[in-house]
Design a protein. Structure first.
Lengths: 409, 409
């Protein structure tokens, strides 16, 4: 008799953004005339850079002619794109990453969710709280946790990110084997300094732990003192992977492009102590379970590294950062605590109280969608996340409504 | 200390097609002047249907304008594509499948590799031999097998596909919990009759087993008596999933589109006997680990269901089927046993002897690439697979070389 993977029954509730979408949809069904401004999910609103549109069309045309037609591509992606990434995103910032250490994929969500397939059964996993739910749920589904209890899964080490530590946790006293870090952070928008990241790299090296560094929002960093890659930190090549995404960098949420960096010198043991290259293991995983990224999509991606593409991406990011600044200013003006919104498209706001209750009130009274902080973990209670991905008009209209709700709360 | 998933160390050798690519690349390095004709991997060579190119461009243009821009799409894909699939691929053939039972993805390889995440730890898995390696390797990596021994993994039930049973195995005497079936078969090209599939559905219902039906090559079926979907068989909705791909149907190997069908009434137990909807479990998996398929790619996909798209796809498939017929005729003309090549783009040829040795000889002497049968499993020894995905000129040139090699062998 077929039986399911029981670990799926451990998962607490819906996937957060699916639940947000469900409540918004129910609200719209009840109130078909009401305007809804979505400041919840971090989904981009502005068109793709013109350079990407042009290259995308060229890639499509290539597929329409026998002589330029492309079939299966390399599992890790085409060299033309990996080389542009290595040069522009890493080497130009002094991070020693080669094109052959980059694995392209159709989403950082896919990669951050799949990387746990490489974990041994008994690794001790540390996750931030609040946390991007994928890190947690993917591990729970794979049996890397205990049961859900009092708002947390047994077996994980939670790294509390609180007002007291500026939402940047320090390494725990105990030894852990895997550490998920995300900076600029989703959901809090907090950034980590060079010194803070150095502490984590030193900890990982001392404990032979693996850092999974999610840098999906690095393009929003404007402070030159803040590292944009973990590989700007000495020693990271021997203990860290990095996840990147084109989703927010270039407005690619509906196009689907991301990549994972695995240094070639990163060696990890099996349970007998024999050492393996993590790069080779991931290549084997990708060769078995993935068939590469759509060719025209890779063409569109490479165009963001052209001179025009770079300028267009900067304009796009400036636009969202100005949205973030406006929301931040409005929230601080009514005296409600808030981090993020600088070097990040997210704002982590602390109205206090039950965060789903605030979500429901803001939706029902103002027609504004946020993301309830408790959906990201126990430390998210009392907080909500606002996203700066929106039109300027929507942001301006939402600001007035948000200020009103925060003042009433 | 971080440790890897030891199951990765159980995997025997390279992924088959990576190994084929490695040998071909080494040959080309040694012989830069020699022409190589690739009849190995099943990769399409002809341009996308014009209707898809046109719709692809329209989808790209949508992404360049704020008013038509698309961000994150539904995890399961846009309704416009799922509805076209349900109507044209299923309902039109009397298979009762709704649009809400279709999950789009970027590859049947991804889906057939990921579906095992839903399996309980102790399910007994049956795989065909020869087999598409993904079914086996994905389960081995996830710990659903024992060790590699004498060319097979302990713990799996192998369904021998041999000249004696016409390469269509009957259900085993023992009870198994999961059954991977693929028709038209990869690698053999064999097709299953309605009666043969009915035997499997009856077996699955009697044993409460789950059938994973890979129909990636169904578009090549021209015999109206041969089912193209498992859902043409009564009772399949309660025991079977189906995997489909646009890769071979419409030449999308470099575009990346596939889908999985999970009927809403398919209920499966956890280890306590509590029943769950497999559809809901997969939706939860996809919401957590996947972020939907590229929007312009979905637009390109839907175009194959337009009247022009259908005609263009038929022309494309006719072209490859004529290639297959030519190769088949040539092989049979020299008296070497061969199946497939009718209702399938693959030919399963039995020169006898060591199949990697035949592969190497054909490559080195003739510059023609096939796929060694033993790479697909123990029953593949003595066989090689030829693919009909090529230009007519290449096929015609290869035929002479293949006949020569088979005659000498």
């Amino acid at each position: 008799m077929f039986q399911i993977n029981d670990n799926f029954t451990k998962i607490a509730g819906n996937y957060l953004f699916a639940e947000v979408a469900r409540r918004v949809s129910a609200f719209q069904d009840r109130n078909p005339q009401r305007r809804v401004i979505k400041m919840g999910i971090g989904d981009v609103t502005e068109p793709l850079p013109e350079a990407s549109i042009k290259a995308f069309h060229e890639g499509v045309d290539d597929m329409g002619r026998r002589e330029s037609f492309m079939g299966y591509g390399p599992y890790e992606g085409y060299a033309f794109l990996r080389e542009a990434i290595a040069k522009n995103d890493f080497q130009s910032r002094g991070a020693d990453i080669g094109a052959d250490e980059i694995f392209l994929s159709d989403g950082a969500k896919c990669d951050t969710g799949s990387i746990q397939e490489l974990f041994g059964a008994n690794v001790r996993i540390a996750v931030p709280d609040p946390v991007y739910p994928v890190y947690v749920d993917s591990n729970v589904m794979a049996g890397h946790s205990g049961l859900w209890k009092d708002g947390r899964y047994e077996g994980f080490v939670y790294l509390d990110s609180t007002p007291e530590n500026g939402y940047v946790p320090a390494p725990p006293a105990e030894a852990v084997d895997v550490i998920y870090l995300c900076f600029p952070n989703n959901p809090t928008g907090a950034v980590a300094t060079r010194e803070q990241l150095k502490t984590w790299v030193d900890y990982a090296r001392a404990n032979k732990a693996l850092i999974l560094f999610d840098a999906a929002y690095e393009a929003f960093v404007r402070d030159p003192a803040i590292p944009r890659s973990i590989y700007e930190i000495e020693g990271a090549r021997e203990c860290a992977l990095e996840f990147r995404s084109f989703s927010k960098t270039a407005g690619f949420t509906g196009v689907r492009v991301a990549f994972t960096v695995i240094p070639r010198d990163l060696k990890v043991p099996d349970s007998t102590g024999k050492m393996h290259s993590l790069h080779s293991l991931w290549m084997r995983r990708q060769a078995t379970r993935y068939n590469g990224l759509s060719y025209p999509v890779q063409k569109a991606s490479a165009a963001i590294y052209s001179p025009e593409g770079k300028a267009q991406v900067k304009t796009l990011l400036d636009f969202y950062l100005e949205n973030a600044r406006l929301v931040r200013e409005a929230i601080l003006s009514v005296g409600v605590p808030c981090v993020g919104g600088e070097n990040s498209p997210y704002l982590w706001v602390r109205p206090g109280g039950d965060s789903w209750a605030f979500f429901d009130r803001l939706l029902n009274e103002a027609g504004v969608v946020c993301t309830p902080g408790s959906g990201f973990g126990r430390c998210g209670e009392g907080h909500v996340r606002f996203s700066a991905f929106n039109s300027r008009q929507n942001v301006q209209d939402a600001i007035a409504l948000i200020k009103q709700a925060l003042t009433k709360g």
